[in-house]
Ligand binder design. Structure first.
Ligand SMILES: Cc1cc2nc3c(=O)[nH]c(=O)nc-3n(C[C@H](O)[C@H](O)[C@H](O)COP(=O)(O)OP(=O)(O)OC[C@H]3O[C@@H](n4cnc5c(N)ncnc54)[C@H](O)[C@@H]3O)c2cc1C
Length: 326
């Protein structure tokens, strides 16, 4: 056994963002364990997906191709991957922690006498895989001890997609694996794919976010923060009370019951830093917090902290940003 396989998902014909994050996690693990990483794409016509991956990856790309994989079914995907894993004999099999993966990967792992270490937020020496409990209040470190491959799914936002190694001069090596599948083995008929509520803003892809909390006090004060977001070219986001009050739409909520984000800049304005908020934004590259309470927990995760009244700091910051751009 000598390989890390990472199984990527497509959304709208492209590799999904969270799949690239799982890819980054696989590359991190592969580098730590001195093992090559192979990417897996699945479906009935995966040429374009494989080409998209090959442009980013100098290792192997495996197309798992079969007419019965045209639409996702848990039986089809689990059976096909089981055959691939038997043939490849990898040490690690990694996935993005999506609804689809939650649907089939535990069954796949069980069939192979293993378990899925799900929703992993970091990878440590050993390797150990860290998971969170109780809204992030507790963490547990897991080490794989079985004989078969170690199955791991990676939480959205836990790894940054950027460190993906660019393709080498020769590009990746793309191969095709054709599993033996029979329609009678597939016990479900695929319906319309699940879609979350239509979102006009994808905070997960935003590079800069200005996020506002209850410190703003009134909905009428929001334009002040919006102006700062505009000056910074940032998306506006919020803590839960702001969305619960209907001051901003739910799609702008960051946290355990909102979106998970990992921008280059996360500017938290009047947000205390409750654990349910932190789990959604702590993967940000640079966190700046403005809060009048020097003891606010947000400062524990902040790279830069401004202790002060947001009603004074935000307009001054907006002016400074505008002036810097002139
Ligand atoms: C099951 C569950 C799920 C949850 N999911 C989420 C979630 O997804 N996202 C989320 O955000 N929360 C979530 N919460 C709620 C979470 O526990 C907190 O209640 C919430 O994050 C607090 O929001 P806040 O920081 O805006 O408000 P507060 O905790 O009230 O903090 C306001 C902050 O503003 C500061 N402030 C006040 N006035 C000023 C001023 N003039 N200048 C500067 N600073 C000022 C205060 O010092 C304070 O730190 C969830 C809770 C539960 C139980």
């Amino acid at each position: 056994m000598s390989d890390v396989l990472v199984v990527l998902e497509e959304r709208g014909g492209r590799v999904s963002r969270i799949s690239w994050e799982a890819f980054a996690a696989a590359q991190f693990l592969g580098a730590a364990q001195h093992q090559p990483v192979s990417a897996v794409v699945m479906g009935a016509q995966t040429e374009a997906l494989a080409a998209e991956v090959a442009a980013q990856h100098s290792g192997r790309v495996i197309r798992v191709e079969h007419a019965l994989l045209r639409h996702y079914t848990p039986d089809g995907f689990a059976l096909a991957l089981q055959q691939l894993i038997k043939s490849e004999d990898p040490t690690y099999v990694m996935f993005p922690h999506t609804y689809q993966v939650r649907d089939f990967a535990p069954a796949l792992a069980t069939r192979m006498g293993e378990v899925l270490i799900g929703d992993v937020v970091s990878i440590g020496e050993g390797p150990t895989f860290t998971r969170q409990f109780m809204q992030g209040r507790l963490t547990g470190a897991y080490r794989h001890t079985g004989d078969g491959p170690c199955f791991v799914s990676v939480q959205a936002g836990a790894f940054r997609a950027e460190p993906i190694a660019p393709a080498g001069a020769d590009g990746a090596c793309v191969s095709t694996f054709t599993p033996t599948l029979d329609a009678a083995q597939i016990r479900t008929h695929p319906g319309e794919p699940f879609r979350g509520s239509e979102q006009t803003v994808d905070l997960g892809s935003a590079q800069r976010i200005v996020s506002v909390g209850r410190g703003i006090k009134e909905a009428e004060n929001l334009p002040m923060v919006e102006e700062l977001a505009k000056a910074l070219g940032a998306e506006l986001a919020a803590s839960r009370p702001i969305c619960d009050n209907g001051w901003l739409p739910m799609e702008r909520q960051v946290g355990s019951s909102g979106q998970t984000v990992s921008p280059q800049l996360y500017l938290a304005v009047g947000i205390s830093g409750a654990i349910q908020h932190l789990v959604g934004m702590k993967g940000s590259q640079c966190i700046v917090a403005i809060n009048k309470d020097a003891e606010a927990p947000i400062f524990e995760v902040a790279d830069y902290g401004i202790v002060g009244d947001l009603f004074e700091v935000v307009p001054a910051l907006t002016e400074a940003v505008k002036a810097a751009k002139e």
